[in-house]
Design a protein around this ligand. Structure first.
Ligand code: DAH
Length: 338
């Protein structure tokens, strides 16, 4: 009993003197904890008579309750005092200027894409998107690139499984749109494409393309030329000329690659156009009748043209950036220049 009284009054004294929450916690552990003084004291129960035991147990418990209550009171008081102290000390001067928020900056690709979209939407095109994880069927087969076609090797493909891949070209969206069967079609489809390429100043395993597709009655190569000539002027300046060079793509016939006159030197030849006066910007052609057919469109009734351009290429040209890797590092100091 004497020991209990001693523990109790010592604990209450320590609580009254404790000035910090940490100190209170120490007292709780020392006195009430699993190895605490009161818990130890309870071990004496076994040496007592059966009559003494309940009485002693009760006394220990009420001492425990009393200490717990005092601890709680002291905790509230100290917390309140600390809060008041903090409020008094931490004065906020609302008249001081705020910290400047760090905000991002539009990426050159975003700026170039906005520009391209603005031009095409102005010509009545709709902007659509397709999935980056794509069926082989849409990325190759329906574009007239069957298994074993050499074009499949040219675009080193990341396969997910035999039928599913990361699209190597936004041309995959062509087949998806045509298949829906809503005619006429006038769309551009921007998006990310993937090829198993090593990173260097002009290559990356992931880059962006913008696909274009028009399908209607009486669409001719003249429409394609007129459209692309107009786009080139809007993107690179009124003086810009276009040159169509015959080329081959499986999904267009005839096909062409298009160069624009160098907007830096006007065609005289400079470092920018590597002295040729021309800069290649895209591939295009008349949609192959077999592609129309495979996508459920009657090639006797409808014709169309398609084109595909690399967004990074436009960004690099427009903003005179000489290394594609800069576009992927996203260094804010670089981005802020555009
Ligand atoms: N998909 C082609 C590529 O990635 C680019 C292209 C060429 C798209 C001609 C077209 C086209 O729509 O008609 O190299």
């Amino acid at each position: 009993m004497a020991a209990l009284d001693e523990i109790r009054s010592a604990a209450l004294k320590r609580i009254a003197e404790a000035g910090k929450l940490d100190a209170l916690n120490d007292i709780r552990v020392n006195v009430l904890g699993k190895k605490g003084e009161l818990t130890q004291l309870m071990k004496n129960l076994k040496d007592m008579t059966p009559e003494e035991r309940p009485k002693f147990g009760q006394l220990v418990n009420s001492a425990r309750e009393e200490i717990e209550q005092k601890l709680a009171e002291a905790r509230d008081m100290i917390a309140k005092r600390e809060r008041e102290l903090a409020l008094a000390q931490e004065v906020i001067d609302v008249t001081l200027p705020a910290k400047k928020a760090n905000i991002g900056h539009p990426h050159p690709n975003s700026l170039a894409l906005q520009e391209v979209e603005r031009v095409f939407v102005g010509m009545g095109y709709e902007v659509v998107e397709g999935p980056e994880v794509e069926y082989d069927m849409y990325n190759f087969e329906k574009l007239n690139i069957p298994a074993n076609h050499p074009a499949k090797d040219e675009q080193d493909t990341f396969y997910i499984n035999k039928d599913i891949l990361l699209r190597t070209q936004t041309s995959s969206v062509q087949a998806r749109v045509m298949e829906k069967g809503k005619l006429p079609i006038r769309i551009i489809a921007p998006g990310r494409v993937f090829r198993s390429d090593e990173v260097d100043a002009t290559h990356s395993p992931s880059f962006n393309q913008i696909e274009g597709l028009v399908v209607d009655k009486n669409i001719t190569f003249a429409d394609l030329k007129g459209t692309l000539a107009e786009i080139a002027k809007q993107l690179f300046g009124e003086e810009t000329k276009v040159k169509f060079r015959p080329h081959h793509f499986p999904f267009t016939e005839p096909s062409a690659e298009v160069d624009v006159s160098c907007f830096k030197c006007g065609g005289k030849g400079c470092r920018f156009c590597k002295g040729s006066g021309w800069i290649e910007i895209l591939g295009c052609g008349m949609v192959h009748p077999h592609v129309l057919e495979m996508c459920g469109i009657d090639p006797e009734e409808y014709t169309g043209f398609a084109f595909g351009l690399g967004l990074e290429r436009i960004s690099l040209l427009k903003y005179e950036i000489d290394d594609m890797r800069l576009l992927y590092e996203n260094d804010i100091r670089f981005l802020k220049q555009f």
